[in-house]
Design a protein around this ligand. Structure first.
Ligand SMILES: [Zn+2]
Length: 185
């Protein structure tokens, strides 16, 4: 898993710092946290394919945190994306995106799975898979703002043990010895 800061400026971009966005690259998929203006260009510069975006998480509705969202969705449409896209954010994200698409007369070819978070929650799981989940919690800010936590689930380590002799089983009384047995066989 690799975290790639795409934009770290606040409120207004500078010549060298872009508006807020962080990409999480995990096993070929990209998870985007906030999508400020220029986020998709910063992805290209970082070598991250936009087609690999699995989910986009918006923290709050200050414009610098989502001003790149509609441009990115437009790009995905122009790329003829077919894979569904998860869009997670405070309540209102669905209305915002659908209004923009309707205003522009754009019909997208892939499904948008919206997860809207109400402003009265303490903590909520917004994404849950066999391998990982993402939780959202309110942060202190001048308007309702979400912090996200990406959590890997414990994976079952599969060991294929060799056939052991009774002598080996009797002497296998520590995990350290077990490692030795597995290595030897
Ligand atoms: Zn803000």
């Amino acid at each position: 898993m690799i975290v790639v800061p795409l934009g770290i400026a606040s409120a207004t971009p500078t010549s060298i710092r872009h508006l807020p966005s962080v990409a999480l690259w995990r096993e070929g998929s990209v998870f985007l946290f906030d999508c400020g203006e220029n986020s998709q260009m910063c992805m290209l510069q970082a070598g991250l394919k936009r087609s690999k975006i699995d989910s986009i998480f918006i923290t709050h509705f200050d414009v610098d945190h989502y001003s790149g969202l509609m441009g990115l969705i437009s790009t995905l449409q122009l790329q003829r994306r077919e894979k569904e896209l998860n869009l997670i954010g405070p309540k209102g994200i669905k209305e915002f995106v659908e209004w923009n698409l309707s205003f522009s007369g754009v019909e997208i070819s892939f499904d948008l799975n919206f997860v809207e978070v109400d402003d009265d929650i303490d903590e909520i799981r917004v994404l849950d898979t066999d391998d990982y989940y993402v939780e959202a919690r309110p942060l202190k800010h001048k308007k309702f703002c979400l912090g996200y936590r990406f959590q890997e689930k414990d994976s079952q380590v599969k060991l294929t043990l060799p056939r052991l002799s009774s002598m080996e089983l009797q002497t296998m009384n520590s995990s350290n010895h077990l490692k030795q047995v597995i290595t030897l066989h």
